[in-house]
Write a protein of this length. Structure first.
Length: 186
């Protein structure tokens, strides 16, 4: 069982450091006492300030309606220590079972939203829905990250990146070009 990393307050404008270029995340949601977790790989940072992230959540997914009604969620960043759990969550439906209980994950109260944080994850980003114009047609939700919780170590955790057909790639090797990089070029 993975340990529970200590998380500290973190600037939401820096959340992209953990969310780009698209690690697999666990989305937790809650509506009228029903909670769920889903595995998600289709997300992207849209803006820095406010910190906006877009997520593709298919309408057939149990979390879709919970998030549509509550207008909030938590984007949780698992590490490779949770690989089998990430796959298991993605292969089950929250309509049939409580995934927190079934996968032995710890739900912690968030500070800004009603959806729970997943304590075993390296980072948790509390989100509120700010744009739903593309939900009906594309199942694309635009969220503002309103609170971020990140474990200070490791600074660059090993994260999962889905490559299709049940295969994941691991990120975690760091290559710095800090002196040459200009963020305005992105």
């Amino acid at each position: 069982m993975p340990r529970h990393p200590h998380k500290a307050a973190f600037p939401v404008s820096e959340a992209r450091r953990y969310l780009e270029p698209g690690p697999i995340v666990l989305i937790s949601s809650c509506w009228q006492g029903e909670r769920n977790i889903m595995t998600l790989g289709w997300h992207t940072i849209l803006a820095f300030t406010p910190s906006l992230v877009g997520c593709m959540i298919a309408s057939g997914n149990h979390s879709h309606d919970l998030i549509r009604h509550s207008r909030e969620c938590v984007i949780n960043l698992p590490t490779t220590a949770l690989t089998d759990t990430v796959v298991g969550i993605g292969n089950t439906s929250g309509a049939d079972l409580d995934k927190f209980d079934h996968f032995h994950l710890t739900a912690r109260p968030a500070t800004q939203v009603g959806a729970p944080l997943i304590d075993e994850c390296h980072a948790s980003f509390e989100c509120r829905l700010v744009e739903d114009a593309l939900v009906k047609r594309y199942s694309f939700f635009v969220f503002e990250i309103v609170q971020a919780h990140v474990a200070p170590t490791p600074k660059h955790p090993e994260t999962l990146h889905y490559t299709g057909d049940g295969v994941f790639m691991v990120a975690g090797k760091v290559i710095s070009r800090r002196g040459l990089f200009r963020p305005e070029m992105l």
